[in-house]
Design a binder for this molecule. Structure first.
Ligand code: NAD
Length: 333
């Protein structure tokens, strides 16, 4: 099986090259370019393509892949909101993803963001480097005894509940499918109550029609004063313009974003020599209580190895025409 890998970086190539040793029937060509309708034609002659979080796999891209004879899209990530599933179904193209390669890695990053904006680690780092050993502007609050509200308690949300529980926080959660594994350490409540009772809110549900702009000008007024909001899931769970208004209105103690709307242009790119084109990103970066990282929640050595192995397993299950629990069949997974 010949697979064309889009949007690859040196660390992807390294992880997949190591994993390939156990899959002699698979050959990979690595491309730097991402998968979009402009690059989809490069897939002619391959059996499958592999995309990532910023790939644009809408109707136009899927139609071109179909014309090129592609019958398998491998997503080397958990999310698949960027794939037009209906068109894939109509064209008989299967989609296989990597649902849970290292949920703890993402949850640990979510807590890192929460701690950073709470204890102002980003400011303290710069101050001390400048020989400013004063504590002004660095006061945070103690997480122990506070309430963590987790929205979406699948694999990552569950790991986040366990971390917050370990910090001595009271855990409440919203999910339409409560997770029995955390029933003893977490109480499920309606969304509005989770939002209004939590000191720390961490988003871990997928981006779907139902969760799009879950945090917006209608829900921000429900939040507890001085809460911390963390999003490591998908940018469009939060309406960024409404978030900016909320930050300006002093509704948040801190905001930690590993994902944000408009990230697609920036994500995984070095733009340090360029002037930022997006005013949304620039405005978010202007707030002292906002910490942004560039979709690095998954980025641990263990996760990269797991992503490579599962993606290649997915390819083999397609070759053998096997059913796979990693197949995306609808917008809900
Ligand atoms: P999962 O499928 O295990 O869990 C998602 C949970 O959300 C499920 O329990 C589901 O019932 C719940 N859910 C779905 N729709 C909901 C709704 N409308 N309201 C409330 N709950 C709802 O997924 P996961 O592996 O925990 O991943 C969660 C998300 O994290 C992914 O969709 C992806 O977008 C994101 N992610 C980000 C990174 C990163 O690097 N930042 C890495 C991996 C995944």
């Amino acid at each position: 099986m010949d697979i064309l890998f889009y949007d690859t970086k040196p660390y992807d190539r390294e992880a997949f090259a190591a994993a390939l040793e156990s899959y002699p029937d698979i050959k990979i060509k690595f491309l730097k370019a991402d998968l979009t309708e402009n690059t989809a034609r490069l897939a002619r002659g391959f059996d499958a393509v592999c995309g990532f979080v910023s790939s644009e796999i809408g109707k136009a891209t899927v139609d071109i892949l179909n014309e090129c004879g592609i019958k398998l899209i491998l997503m080397r990530c958990a999310g698949f909101n960027n794939v037009d599933i209906d068109t894939c179904k109509k064209r008989g193209i299967r989609i296989l993803r990597v649902p849970g390669y290292s949920p703890e890695a993402v949850a640990e990053h979510a807590m890192a963001l929460a701690l950073t904006v709470n204890r102002k680690i980003h400011k303290a780092y710069v101050k001390v480097r400048e020989n400013d050993f004063s504590l002004s502007g660095l006061i945070g609050y103690t997480f122990h005894g506070k309430t963590a509200g987790i929205i979406g308690t699948g694999k990552i949300g569950q790991a986040m509940v366990k971390i917050c529980h370990g910090f001595g926080m009271k855990c409440i959660a919203y999910d339409y499918k409560p997770n029995p594994e955390i029933a003893d350490i977490c109480t499920y409540l309606p969304l509005e109550r989770v939002l209004s009772q939590s000191d720390l809110i961490s988003l871990h549900c997928p981006l779907t029609d139902a969760t799009h702009h879950l945090i917006d000008k209608k829900t921000i007024p429900l939040l507890k004063d001085d809460c911390i909001l963390v999003n490591t899931s998908r940018g469009a769970l939060i309406d960024t313009e409404d978030l900016i208004e909320g930050i300006r209105a002093h509704r948040f103690f801190g905001v930690g974003l590993d994902v944000y709307e408009e990230e697609a242009y920036n994500v995984f790119e070095d733009r340090s020599e360029q002037i930022l084109e997006s005013s949304v990103t620039a405005r978010l970066l202007s707030f002292p209580n906002v910490m942004i990282t560039s979709h690095q929640g998954f980025f641990t050595r263990e996760a990269l190895t797991a992503i490579a192995n599962t993606t290649l397993d997915n390819a083999m299950s397609f070759v053998k025409n096997e059913e796979s629990p990693n197949e995306v069949k609808s917008k809900n997974g």
